[in-house]
Design a protein around this ligand. Structure first.
Ligand code: SF4
Ligand code: SF4
Length: 653
């Protein structure tokens, strides 16, 4: 069983090496040991050091820490950081080879103080603090190295740059890196950084729910989070407005042919990265347009079609082929794709089937009752003629419900009410979407559940509802809504759109496809390799995870692309060191919370309000509501970023 030998983590100190435990200032906790795989013998980060193995030696690990920050992460902007870390590295190199003197420990001690106190950002500051830890608690390792040097052993080091925001972004975009570029008005370089991890900056810069902002150190220190999402969009809009061609290199496509099923976020990311690896990629899409849920499930006032179009065309120009109106199960099978010569198949088919409210009237074809929010938005976005009444009711509490409500308003409804069975606090919709819809005049009825559709002569006239109260938490951790007996009431309305969720429509997969499903009806994959039960067939996105966000789909597609590349070139696949480290950090953060925090104080600077269409100018059309920041606004906002990069280094045996 894993045991902690030594831990200094923030203000916690726990030293078990000599049998007696010294624990001080226990205001924080240590990450749970269960989060660490058996082969990790130590973890070093800006938060501290955890040691699990008696064979651990501090000197080579801090040497590696310094080497990695110098090679990859030092911003090079403060002389203390550049020179200080260099001096320490030179001494440690000498020490490793047995060529140093005991007096060098005094120099190291002074350098540790200087780095810790005077370096500009957390990367080099953390090296100073860790070095101080080492000189205090692992002095014997230093003395031994001075006398004998350090001999080679089997310990390897895997490092990952990290920041609270980066860890929380499912695509692990180098956020402090691109925010810094925006601070310097270097939009094209900002986009280059973003595109290393994710190919759709204009789209995610508008509709990502931005989990990164919730983890932002600035927010956790009591200020308004850095607007990471909108800053991304500023860079993408700059490129679009100035008609700048992104500096994509066309690579020679001499790899193995890969079939992607589904042109949603997961499929597009998989196609993009597989193309970058040099594989000829063909995307098969059931709908007549690309984008999946982004193309047909999000209204243009939030996600303008020209932005989507531009980002898809960029992928097309790289040599990715798209075939539309090609539905798996109807027009072709998985086996057909292999028979046509594709060496691997990626399933990114999304979750496009609306969940029903389970009211018996839903099946009675009552005029005004729609089958589901996703169906409603898809039909509208595909150009079908749809009419809504004067008084629309939307059932649900997610972004799709809000999208339907705001769409009804733009289509001419004079009154729109959202009914949701829990309270506002449990609503999964983005807070800003709810606020915007309120501003536009949409009403909300919380703790309310539809029980029957009222109709006359085949037309909807209202909705019978019942009041709910919150009971015990369910499996999702949210308190379960329970009907309050005798509280039924009728709500007048001529349109009902149930938008309570969506599921993957996997009926097209037959037993012959050999794809297994989870108990929840999603495609089952190996969580590390993303391979399904059928060798060579991979899957990611909503069809695997259930409905999540665009950025989760993109992250899944990217990971699957790396796995497919390994599979078609070597015959097998496993997590790369980078992915292993990403998974390790995600695992620790799931159990523990944010691993690293900012060390710099908050920076002065104004908060800029985004430009939005006046609420009276939003109705009757689908023009984009939010136009983001001006360049000046983005400069002001980007300047507040604390650049809280940290290196997380694992010693692995
Ligand atoms: S301050 Fe900057 S680097 Fe730090 S968490 Fe926020 S966005 Fe990321
Ligand atoms: S994609 Fe989303 S989570 Fe990632 S950095 Fe952008 S806004 Fe944040």
């Amino acid at each position: 069983m894993k045991r902690l030998r030594f831990g200094r983590w923030g203000s916690v100190l726990a030293d078990h090496r000599h049998g007696d435990e010294i624990t001080r200032r226990k205001t924080e906790s240590l990450p749970p040991l269960a989060s660490f795989p058996p082969n990790v013998i130590a973890l070093m980060s800006g938060k501290g050091l955890l040691v699990f193995d008696n064979e651990f030696n501090f000197v080579p690990m801090i040497r590696e820490y310094l080497a990695q920050i110098q090679a990859k992460y030092c911003c090079g902007k403060c002389i203390t950081g550049i020179k200080g870390s260099k001096i320490v590295s030179v001494i440690l190199d000498k020490m490793m080879q047995g060529g140093s003197a005991e007096s060098d420990l005094d120099v190291l001690s002074r350098m540790a103080d200087i780095l810790n106190d005077a370096a500009k950002c957390s990367v080099c500051q953390s090296a100073g603090e860790l070095l101080k830890d080492g000189l205090t608690f692992f002095r014997d390792d230093f003395l031994d190295a001075v006398r004998n040097g350090i001999s080679e052993n089997s310990v390897r080091y895997i490092g990952n740059i990290s920041a609270p925001c980066m860890n929380t972004c499912p695509c692990h975009i180098n956020i402090p890196g691109y925010v810094e570029m925006l601070q310097e008005l270097r939009y094209e370089e900002a986009l280059q950084i973003i595109r290393e991890e994710m190919p759709l900056p204009g789209i995610t810069g508008r509709i990502c729910p931005a989990p990164c902002e919730k983890a932002c150190s600035v927010a956790n220190m009591g200020d308004v989070a850095i607007p990471i999402k909108t800053l991304k969009r500023v860079a993408a809009d700059y490129e679009m407005l100035h008609a700048i061609e992104p500096p994509f290199q066309r690579v020679e496509l001499n790899g193995k042919p890969i079939a992607i099923v589904g042109a949603g976020p997961a499929g597009l990311a998989a196609a993009y990265y597989l193309n970058r690896f040099g594989h000829p990629v063909t995307v098969f899409e059931a709908l007549p347009i690309p984008g999946g849920m982004v193309g047909v499930g999000i209204p243009p006032y939030r996600q303008p079609r020209d932005v989507l179009q531009k980002e898809i065309v960029q992928i097309q120009r790289l040599g990715v082929e798209f075939r539309f109106k090609a539905r798996l199960g109807k027009d072709f099978t998985i086996q057909d794709l292999f028979d046509q010569g594709f060496k691997s198949v990626f399933l990114g088919v999304g979750a496009h089937k609306s969940s029903a409210l389970a009211l018996k009237e839903e099946k009675q074809r009552i005029k005004g009752v729609f089958s589901g929010g996703i169906d409603f938005l898809r039909d509208l976005n595909l150009g079908k003629k749809i009419q809504v009444g004067e008084n629309a009711i939307i059932a649900g509490g997610g972004n799709t419900a809000i999208d339907c409500a705001r769409t009804c308003l733009r289509m001419g409804a004079s009154q729109v009410t959202v009914v949701y069975r829990r309270t506002e606090r449990e609503m999964p919709a983005d807070l800003e979407e709810v606020e915007d819809s309120r501003e536009e005049g949409i009403k909300f009825l919380f703790l309310t559940q539809p029980v029957a559709v009222l109709s006359e002569n085949g037309r909807m006239t209202g909705l019978r509802c019942i009041r709910m109260e919150l009971g015990e938490p369910d499996r999702s951790g949210r308190r379960r809504p329970v009907p309050v007996e005798g509280t039924e009431f009728d709500l007048a309305g001529d349109t009902l759109i149930p938008a309570i969720g969506q599921i993957a429509d996997l009926e097209w997969l037959s037993g012959d496809d050999n794809i297994q499903f989870s108990r929840k009806g999603a495609i089952k994959v190996d969580p590390v390799t993303m391979m399904t039960s059928r060798p060579g067939v991979f899957a990611a996105g909503d069809a695997v995870s259930g409905p999540l966000t665009v950025v989760h789909g993109l992250a899944g597609g990217k990971r699957a692309a790396h796995m497919i590349h390994q599979y078609v070139t070597t015959g097998s696949c496993k997590a790369t060191e980078q992915q292993w480290m990403d998974d390790l950090i995600a695992n620790i953060e799931k159990d523990y919370g944010v691993l690293v925090t900012a060390r710099s104080p908050l920076r002065e600077g104004g908060k800029v309000v985004r430009n939005k269409l006046d609420v009276h100018d939003r109705i009757g059309h689908f023009l984009e509501v939010d136009s983001g920041f001006t360049q000046k606004g983005s400069f002001i906002e980007a300047s507040r970023c604390l650049r809280c990069f940290h290196l997380i280094l694992a010693a692995v045996k």
